[in-house]
Ligand binder design. Sequence first.
Ligand SMILES: Cc1ncc(COP(=O)(O)O)c(C=O)c1O
Length: 414
Amino acid sequence: MIKTDTISSSFDIIALRQQFPILSRQVKGKQLVYLDNAATSQKPQSVIDALTGYYSGYNANIHRGIHTLAEEATAAFEATRNAVQQFINAGSREEIIFTRGATEGINLVAYTWGRQHVQAGDEILISTMEHHSNIVPWQILCEEKNARLRVIPINDKGELILEEFEKLLSERTKLVSLVHVSNALGTVNPVRYCIEAAHQTGAKVLLDGAQSTVHLDIDVQDLDCDFFVFSGHKLYGPTGAGVLYGKKSLLESMPVFQGGGEMIKEVTFEKTTYNELPYKYEAGTPNIADTIALKAALEFINGVGKKNMQRHEDELLAHATSELKLIPGLKIIGEASEKTSVVSFVIENCHHQDLGILLDNQGIAVRTGHHCTQPLMDRFGIPGTVRASFAVYNTLQEVDELAKGLRRAIKMLV
Ligand SMILES: Cc1ncc(COP(=O)(O)O)c(C=O)c1O
């Protein structure tokens, strides 16, 4: 039962929580407290209904059919493209490429734009706080092209050191590929500044929006990033439905990625010509159901309002930070002045995994480990952290449960 005196008043959180069926379940005999939202968020009933609605009402392959079901499915799939365009304020719907998620979006750029533009001696700039999915594709490319991967260092608070970034930028820099919001630290990077600086030296910029898209207002035209990627499952949508945004001129001039159906205009054994944007990058049958349901997730977010969500999540973060700091031996990893929705920490003499298990025994779901940011953990000299990450349906009371749960766990471990 949620106590109304301990929750944010900017919207009706009890009604909002009722939209998420999973939140009423028990884990290990306790009411679930789900604080692993940076890994994946839970789904509202509207998203679940959109999935079952497609499979039970108009399941058909898209684009190629002329029958009613195919037309309905195509219209619903393409409606998500329009919704995404508006959601991130892209200039045109052709700039929205559906992918499996942020990882596939980054790989797509590495395999197409990267292979076309990066040559021996060129440099790609990333930061210490990147997710592995924004490290490994560039390592593969650099190895193949004999190019160099360079890394922007961070300070002890988990912020980019901008003077070092400026020093690293040069005419050799072909791409700056930067996480917008760190999944392991919660740091919100000054991407507008970085994009401007990178463009001045002629480099392109890819933003990894896997964590930012659900928490911040995203306007890709205003940011002026060249590429932007995100995953639907982190913004109340289904798994397997993600987006690559690219500036139209870039997407048009890039070589194709995967070959197959849909991405072609005409095929003969001698030669194939390719489809227009966005279909040029969407070979084969896409993830129709999940992409359709992504629209319901965006509608959910728009319905609550990003500003309301931000206010609520900021309140949760502030409360969590102050409560956790009271726990003896607890050290927060990542104390950037610009932060959102993630609190990562270690506790003296307690292994993060043990803490995770003991919290789970109390129905509290957090993530433990390196969070797919091993180089970042190395920077802090730790094997991993416990990470609590917040979503719009979390309450201050749940944060209190986390603090209580940790105190109980510490008593058992120390
Ligand atoms: C910052 C960041 N980038 C990229 C990814 C990869 O997202 P996905 O696994 O959905 O492709 C994640 C996932 O946790 C992330 O947090």
